[in-house]
Design a binder for this molecule. Structure first.
Ligand code: BDR
Ligand code: CA
Length: 315
């Protein structure tokens, strides 16, 4: 990353079971400095996702990373949470110890903007929840896309079915206006959408292997993923689960895991009842008339290697 040994990463998230595994992965990498974590509403209320982030950073050995509370609701619509997917506590009903700390006084958008200004061209951003905090941050600092090195977003369903509607993926549908702002802001942006995450699963064998790893880190994570696999088994027909957010973290840290991608400008549909929150890529073969900076949409990854990296991180 930019010639320096350590990557500096701001994580915006709504933990959330797969968010937890993404944090575990980043926390286990000695070459990653987690500069800050922003919490956003999404899988649960923002107070809960912030509290979960604090608990998870302690579990995964990064108890000093600042956690900032972000937006409690989308820019326009009412919030919709997902206790049926992530449990009533956002972590599959696994009770982690009370955190020793509180969130910092700055809001998540304020923390992100300050870190980006202090580290121009050196801060990477991983966004694995609704994009509300990022949209607010762009409003506070319109040069944010130039200050940030790279943004990796987990969200959207570009050429594949949605997961909360025919075309809608949860993170984007939870705040389409915010997502539209972020896709149009000019970031160097990699998109890890359902197109690739639904096929990149923690298999029954992988989950069984993790369950055998001793220690709190692996055992609590097994507990989270058990709940997640219960939900996803209804979709896949076997006890396995999609690795949405960890895949986005891995693509940020190890871009060589990407084996297929295309570039296209993306707009988020904010109208319609069936299409609100749809991520529309302009892939016309004639030169696109869209002047928006293209997004790199990941379509395939080296999944065996990805799963091995995840297991190593949880050992
Ligand atoms: C995304 O939605 C959330 O529930 C997950 O944590 C992930 O970020 C998948 O659509
Ligand atoms: Ca998430």
């Amino acid at each position: 990353s930019g010639g320096s040994l350590t990557m500096r990463v701001f994580v915006d998230c709504d933990p959330g079971i797969d968010d937890a595994v993404a944090l575990a992965y980043l926390a286990a990498r000695p070459d990653v400095e987690i500069a800050g974590v922003g919490a956003v509403f999404g899988n649960n209320a923002v107070e809960v996702t912030a509290d979960n982030a604090l608990r998870l950073l302690e579990l995964y050995g990064r108890p000093d990373v600042p956690v900032a509370v972000g937006c409690a609701r989308p820019l326009v619509q009412e919030p919709r949470l997902a206790p049926h997917v992530h449990g009533t506590n956002g972590l599959g009903e696994v009770e982690l110890p009370e955190p020793a700390r509180k969130p910092v006084a700055e809001s998540a958008p304020e923390l992100l903007v300050r870190l980006a200004r202090e580290n121009p061209g050196e801060l990477d951003v991983l966004a694995v929840g609704p994009l509300t905090n990022l949209a607010v941050a762009v409003g506070m600092e319109p040069k944010l896309p130039q200050l940030v090195r790279k943004l990796v977003v987990m969200g959207g369903a570009v050429s594949t079915p949605g997961n909360v509607g025919p075309h809608g993926e949860a993170n984007i549908v939870n705040d389409p206006e915010a997502a539209e702002t972020v896709f149009g802001a000019g970031f160097d942006l990699d998109l890890v959408a359902l197109d690739v995450t639904m096929g990149t699963v923690a298999t029954p064998e992988w989950l069984a292997e993790l369950a055998l790893v001793p220690g709190d880190k692996a055992q609590h994570t097994t507990g989270f993923l058990d709940f997640y696999a219960d939900f996803y088994s209804r979709i896949y027909g076997v006890r396995q689960c999609a690795m949405h957010d960890p895949l986005a973290a891995a693509v940020l840290v190890d871009p060589r895991l990407v084996t297929g991608s295309f570039e296209a400008p993306i707009r988020v549909e904010t109208a319609g009842t069936l299409t609100r929150g749809m991520t529309v890529a302009d892939r016309r073969p004639v030169p696109s008339t869209d002047e928006r900076r293209p997004v790199r949409v990941v379509t395939s990854v080296a999944d065996a290697e990805f799963l091995r990296l995840m297991l190593d991180a949880l050992r």
